[in-house]
Design a protein around this ligand. Sequence first.
Ligand code: 13P
Length: 255
Amino acid sequence: MRKPLVVANWKMNPSTLAKAKKLFNSIKEGIRKVRNVEIVICPPFLYLPQLVEFLYRCRKSQLNLGAQDCFWKEKGAFTGEISPLMLKNIGCQYVIIGHSERRRHFNETDEMINKKIKAALKAKLKPIFCVGETGEEREREETSKILKSQIENGLNKISKKEIKNIVIAYEPVWAIGTGKPCDPDEAMRMSLLIRKIIAQIYSRSISEALPTLYGGSVDSKNAAKYIKEARMNGLLVGGASLSSKEFIKILKAIS
Ligand code: 13P
């Protein structure tokens, strides 16, 4: 069985570098007893250089760093943006792309997300490509249609070779930060649907090899269900990754 991948999305937290260092170090300590899980911490951009230093000082192969977003150009006059090349250069392995909070608050479109995925792949970063329907779309029974268009457009002109470096995270918007996680049965149906869409675009073997993550109100009580029952290959954790104790519990529950 594939080693589960657990990604911590710290979002715009914590509020100081001192707190970020503390959280990172206690996670680093806590994972001593965790086996067979790959962990990726995605802090705000600003904390990355310091956390990379910590990582290198005590290199743990199961722990990696990622960013929460990137721009689609390598360099140039793009005020406020960070390029995938910069992220790779500083020591990131992964980058979250297309998170629903970016789609909603910053009007990111499938087309922009597609450009970001291509740029990340070019810089040899692994994109964690987020998809998921809103509560209204789910009520209107449009989930399949939404996932299909997000995936087809987000992966437009991405080759069979490149797709092997992508992780897809299913994050239903209605489950994010609400304390109302998706039922594992429903998450399994979504995981199968994502694989079906990928098989239609690429091939069955590619869809079977594709790592899928579940995200949305994950905690230590429900974490194992998404791996064992919903057959996801890992988790994308928001709020619960801001407490080292709870995050380690999640890791232990699935290791
Ligand atoms: P919560 O775990 O806080 O619901 O957030 C999920 C998420 O958006 C991770 O990217």
